[in-house]
Design a protein around this ligand. Structure first.
Ligand code: 16G
Length: 240
């Protein structure tokens, strides 16, 4: 309910009310929202106030607008914890979602100076270059380019990278993936990323670079990924 005598602004009350309906599952992803006019009439508030609440919810990713069609409920964002060093397959399985990969490229290339220095190998040494679209319940979530020293990780096949790279490294090769450094920055999708991730050209994305190491400090992978910013948020626990 909206309380007009409350010191809490009305647009904010409406925002919370709509968020509550989404959280309770009474409004589901893809549902259309009643119009601004209907809300204004129902709660006897101005359309300006309703518009203000809608705009905030659009900006925060709860709603999206389709020109001429109305306002709809967005898919919920995946909240990804940052403290565990997990694989995409593990992350999706933990959430009860089906992990998948669409393999775009799988080949051995000669390491450029930049890749070689990150993997701590010599320039021109062989590295696997693996490009995958990572899917959750068949929906594209991220586009990943992975570089792995072919002299360190032997016997990779298309079949393996279709499934899980980490489980191959740990369960078949018995190497312990131990720690990683990860950098996250915002960007916008170029044409290729937009096409792969099924989003608009220029839509917000999160660029992530992960450098992963074995226990003795040997670099095991360099991964550059583009994540859909409309479907992902990252969470970390902190302690003072
Ligand atoms: C995640 C990792 C990536 C790793 C992959 C292995 C991030 C940003 N990246 O996508 O570095 O190569 O998992 O997944 O989290 P897989 O074992 O399912 O192939």
């Amino acid at each position: 309910m909206i309380d007009k005598n409350s010191p809490i602004p009305i647009y904010y009350q409406l925002e919370e009310l709509i968020k509550g309906l989404i959280e309770k599952g009474e409004l589901k992803p893809g549902d259309s929202l009643p119009s601004e006019r209907e809300y204004a009439e129902k709660y006897q508030i101005s359309r300006m106030t309703v518009r203000q609440a809608f705009s905030k919810l659009v900006n925060d990713g709860y709603l999206y607008r389709l020109q001429g069609k109305g306002t709809f409920i967005s898919d919920r964002k995946i909240e990804q914890p940052l403290q565990g060093l997990t694989s995409f397959t593990e992350d999706m399985q933990k959430r009860g979602m089906k992990p998948g990969s669409q393999l775009l490229d799988f080949k051995i290339i000669a390491a450029s100076l930049q890749i070689a220095s990150q993997l701590n190998i010599q320039e021109n040494e062989p590295v696997y270059e693996i490009k995958r679209i990572r899917l959750a319940d068949d929906v594209p979530m991220a586009f990943e380019s992975t570089y792995i020293s072919a002299n360190l990780i032997k016997g990779l096949t298309i079949d393996i990278v279709h499934k899980s790279l980490y489980s191959y490294i740990e369960e078949q090769l018995h190497l312990r993936i131990d720690h990683a450094t990860q950098i996250i920055e915002s960007s916008i999708a170029n044409q290729l990323e937009a096409q792969y991730l099924n989003i608009k050209n220029g839509a917000p994305i999160l660029l992530i670079q992960r450098n992963t190491f074995l226990q003795d400090g040997t670099p095991v992978e360099l991964v550059k990924s583009s994540y859909r910013a409309d479907r992902y948020k990252f969470m970390i626990h902190m302690k003072r």
